[in-house]
Design a binder for this molecule. Structure first.
Ligand SMILES: C[S@@+](CC[C@H](N)C(=O)[O-])C[C@H]1O[C@@H](n2cnc3c(N)ncnc32)[C@H](O)[C@@H]1O
Length: 204
């Protein structure tokens, strides 16, 4: 059986993505998304923009560019931007090969992208984000991690096969280790949902 690429996985799930995610969006994500944008201004990159779930939380006055490698996810983000009457520059692009000049953005955010990106793409993606955000700019990540508590870890193990099949996601990505490898300055790393979801803030 051929292994589905990450892009094909999102092409497959795009029509159902918002529906499947709705309970999590209501209970969990909508309280977290504003944290990604608090105090940001200027030009912002939303990496792995998906169906545009962050759009409702973009601060007034910022210029946002969203990139995603799945045309079907991007199409839904376009629809969402239209409905919200937000002018968002949405582009089909791989975060490991960004088609922007150096220092194009003041900040980059990514929600639930690095828990999806395979291990061998993590460093390339972080390098690209560092390249396109100006020195002194900010990178904010919202990501699932492997829970340390026994019960949540057990539940995460039950969920893992579905997460991997549907979203290509996992709880074992080593994003913080990659940030350290690249010598990037992590100014904040804290759990925002139990010991399951982390907010990571990096100064570039
Ligand atoms: C779990 S979804 C999260 C979407 C959105 N950020 C959110 O918070 O709802 C991950 C998204 O990352 C995108 N993605 C995965 N790998 C990517 C890559 N290499 N370049 C750009 N986008 C990618 C997927 O297509 C998908 O839309």
């Amino acid at each position: 059986m051929t292994k589905l690429s990450l892009r094909d996985r999102y092409e497959r799930i795009a029509p159902f993505y918002d529906l499947l995610d709705a309970p999590f969006e209501q209970k969990r994500y909508r309280a977290l998304r504003p944290l990604l944008f608090e105090g940001l201004h200027g030009a912002i990159l939303d990496a792995g923009v998906g169906t545009g779930r962050n759009i409702a939380y973009y601060p007034d006055g910022v210029r946002v560019t969203g990139v995603d490698q799945s045309p079907a996810m991007l199409a839904r983000a376009r629809q969402r931007a239209l409905e919200a009457r937000r002018d968002v520059d949405l582009r089909l692009m791989d975060v490991t090969r960004l088609d922007f000049p150096d220092d194009s953005f003041d900040a980059a955010v990514a929600s639930f992208l690095f828990c999806v990106l395979p291990a061998d793409s993590q460093v390339a993606a972080l390098r690209e984000l560092r390249r396109v955000v100006r020195p002194g700019g900010t990178l904010r990540l919202l990501e699932y991690v492997r829970p340390t508590g026994a019960l949540r870890n057990f539940i995460a193990r039950l969920w893992a096969p579905w997460m991997a099949w549907a979203y290509g996601a996992g709880f074992d990505r080593q994003t913080e280790a990659h940030l350290r490898e690249l010598g990037l300055e992590v100014v904040e790393s804290r759990y925002v949902v139990d010991d399951l979801v982390k907010m990571i803030v990096v100064r570039l």
